[in-house]
Design a protein around this ligand. Structure first.
Ligand code: URA
Length: 237
């Protein structure tokens, strides 16, 4: 969010708004390495680096929201007992203690949200929450109409039937068949187990969307801050 520099300094408890203005005018404040003396200057409270007298200033308790395109070969827990790479290792330069919202398997890639907003995490990961999650799965061959029907009406995995889901074949080539799958639950290895249940084991899996939030052009291993609209959308779910 863009806020005036003096407000930023005041919210970071550096000084009152009035004193902050004095600091700025005295040339004691830098934004991204450049001294700023203009009082109206706006800063992005998530991205810009603000310093007062050479020391970085931060707003404590600031909530941050990040989208990461998780590559395969890393875990979505904050710490791993086998010392494998975690998604947090990929988000450099963020000083807040953030954690992933929900899970993606070690061998699954794609969209994962990271935040320090515990309320939002709680709501989005609650079992009764049924935001749609979209995946692209690579399997060996196209499922039949009947298999698709079975999949969409729910299959039994781990002794319990899954909720209604969607499956659409989007492409078939020499490599295999690419399926677009939409589910509304978040059970353990759910997409893999559902595909297995109709006889189509998944070779590669990627999450492309959570609700309306999509990966867009974000490449594997890259991350970005969510926009204000995206944050508002998540909170509205
Ligand atoms: N379903 C899976 O099987 N794996 C994931 O990582 C997410 C959904």
């Amino acid at each position: 969010m863009l806020i005036r520099l003096q407000k930023f300094l005041a919210e970071a408890n550096i000084a009152s708004r009035r004193k902050a203005e004095e600091l700025i005018q005295a040339g004691r404040v830098r934004v991204n390495g450049k001294t700023v003396t203009e009082l109206g200057t706006k800063v992005d409270d998530e991205k810009d680096i603000v310093e007062a007298d050479g020391k970085e200033v931060r707003i404590e308790g600031k909530l941050v929201y990040i989208m990461l395109n998780k590559p395969e070969g890393c875990v979505t827990t904050a710490h791993d007992q086998f010392n494998r790479r975690t998604v947090l290792d990929l988000v450099e330069g963020v000083s807040e203690r953030i954690y992933p919202v929900g899970r993606l398997d070690y061998d699954t890639s794609g969209l994962i949200i990271l935040t320090n907003d515990g309320d939002l995490t709680y709501r989005l990961t609650h079992p009764k929450h049924n935001v749609a999650k979209t995946y692209i799965a690579l399997v060996d061959r196209e499922p039949t109409e009947e298999e698709i029907h079975t999949f969409e009406n729910g299959v039994v995995i781990d002794g319990r039937k899954t909720a209604k889901a969607r499956l659409k074949v989007i492409k078939q080539d020499d490599v295999g068949a690419y399926l677009m799958i939409v589910i509304h639950e978040g059970r353990n290895r759910q997409v893999r187990k559902m595909c297995e249940a109709i006889g189509h084991p998944v070779r590669r899996l990627k999450r492309t969307a959570t609700g309306k939030l999509t990966l867009g052009k974000l490449k594997k291993g890259q991350w970005r801050y969510l926009t204000d609209e995206e944050i508002a959308y998540l909170k509205s779910l």
